[in-house]
Design a protein. Structure first.
Length: 475
């Protein structure tokens, strides 16, 4: 069986196009490889080819498409180590986390291979004796996606899996910072038998330009985007001109809540898992911590002790828990939020040390108040601001005081409080006594300005299908 070899893959991509972008390792600044960039004419051709391929792909029995997706899933598992290494080299996350993402990404391919055979229609009781009413589900056509750098494999497979399972063709534009993972993963799909025109990776001369093409081309019927709320709003407005279907997984400002009846040790463990995965660069990671006054000092002390045990460094090095942030501008933005919080009265639990390159020391800030800038903005870095609260009512008001509504977390052992708070939180996902909630079997998505639509679960494939109603008369 052919195995992806990092060097040969990167060499192939560097020579496959006249124009390329250079990919660097954020931990070292060294060049990792190059990826091909398509001009506007090439992008148009990709869309035309995807349109033609979609017609043939949709004709295949669902079982046949499922078989190819299962083969792709197996190849991802067999090449897990290579894919993880590529991801760490271009994105920076620790190798163990990268391997975990490969498995997480593969799980969506497996799940939607199974769901491909379950896109059931319905038989509806007719209003009169001479009518028979039926619904069927059909693929919407060519689907495209724009994905971020923080989960460069999982954010693709979570969209490509259901699209292909439904019978759509699929074009993805990955982040310019992390395209190599995308090309490597899709290369395995080709080895699994999925047609090259039915699944394509493209990079454009600019992200804004490729977004405009995706949202304006008449052959594209669906756009899925994961990224900032600001960009998502622009893409939705552009898509509205052609009434394209969209799925948006946008910004987050996740509260992590610790009530006075919580298991504090379990809460600390959950906080560590939620906050510092991928150096805090996840859309669902805990962004602001609300801790009941009665357990505030205990939680902060234990939380800070756990944070001090984290090891910062190159993700390829053994024992590293925290890799670099993605860019210099990201580091500057995170540092600015820390500095402003300290100016407003927050206190770091330990001395903050400036680190070289794109590395940042994980920081816990205490004595934070709800009105500080760091509470109102998505941090996207290894910083944990901790706010006191005294009553459940005060807590709910603060937790919901944001334009975002993606993920939320809370710890409590009171079953009455659990139900009350879970229902009151204005978020698409709620982790109860749990810091890691993402799974392929459950619907992922937010409310308010955190987006529309759901990914994963049985709902995920419906995002790529139209429901057609058939009325049989004269019976």
């Amino acid at each position: 069986m052919q195995q992806i070899q990092n060097k040969s893959l990167l060499s192939f991509m560097a020579s496959a196009a006249e124009q390329t972008i250079t990919v660097t390792n954020p931990a070292t600044g060294e060049q990792v490889g190059q990826a091909p960039v398509s001009n506007e004419a090439a992008l148009m051709d990709s869309i035309e080819r995807a349109h033609v391929a979609q017609k043939e792909w949709a004709k295949l029995p669902a079982k046949t498409r499922a078989g190819m997706l299962n083969r792709w899933y197996q190849l991802i598992l067999e090449n897990k180590d290579d894919l993880a290494r590529i991801m760490t080299l271009e994105q920076g996350k620790p190798l163990a986390e990268a391997a975990g993402e490969v498995l997480y990404g593969a799980s969506f391919i497996e799940w939607f291979a199974e769901e491909a055979k379950r896109t059931y229609g319905e038989s509806i009781p007719g209003p009169t004796a001479d009518k028979r009413l039926v619904t069927i589900k059909q693929p919407i056509g060519v689907a495209c996606a724009i994905t971020p750098w923080n989960f460069p494999i999982a954010m693709i497979t979570r969209k490509a899996g259901p699209a292909l399972a439904a019978g759509c063709s699929f074009i993805v534009k990955p982040s310019d910072s992390t395209p190599l993972s995308a090309f490597a993963t899709v290369e395995l799909a080709y080895q699994a038998g999925i047609p090259r025109d039915a699944l394509q990776v493209v990079l454009g001369e600019s992200s804004r330009k490729i977004g405009a093409i995706f949202t304006s081309h008449p052959l594209i019927r669906k756009l899925s985007f994961t990224g900032s709320t600001q960009v998502g709003s622009v893409l939705m407005a552009q898509s509205a001109k052609d009434i394209k279907r969209t799925s948006m997984e946008l910004g987050g400002n996740a509260p992590f809540i610790v009530f006075d009846d919580a298991d504090i040790d379990a809460a600390v463990q959950g906080a560590m898992a939620s906050k510092f995965r991928n150096a805090g660069q996840t859309c669902v990671c805990a962004n602001r911590f609300y801790v009941h006054d009665a357990v505030y000092d205990e939680f902060v002390t234990k939380f800070d002790a756990a944070v001090q045990q984290l090891t910062i460094g190159n993700g390829l090095d053994e024992g590293v828990n925290i890799g670099p942030v993605i860019s210099a501008s990201a580091k500057q933005g995170i540092q600015a939020l820390i500095d402003r919080a300290i100016e407003q009265g927050a206190k770091p639990t330990t001395e903050i040390k400036a680190l070289d390159g794109l590395f940042m020391q994980p920081v816990v800030l205490k004595d934070v108040t709800h009105n500080m800038d760091i509470i109102q903005e998505e941090i996207f870095g290894p910083v944990a601001p901790v706010v006191r609260f005294k009553t459940d009512e005060e807590l709910i008001e603060m937790a919901n005081d944001t334009i975002y509504g993606l993920a939320s977390y809370f710890y409590s052992q009171n079953i009455h409080r659990v139900w009350k708070v879970a229902e009151a939180l204005e978020y698409g996902m709620v982790g109860i006594n749990e810091g890691i909630i993402s799974t392929e079997v459950a619907p992922f998505g937010g409310v308010k300005q955190s987006g529309i639509g759901r990914e994963g679960a049985r709902q995920g494939i419906d995002e790529y299908m139209d429901v057609k109603y058939l009325c049989f008369g004269g019976n």
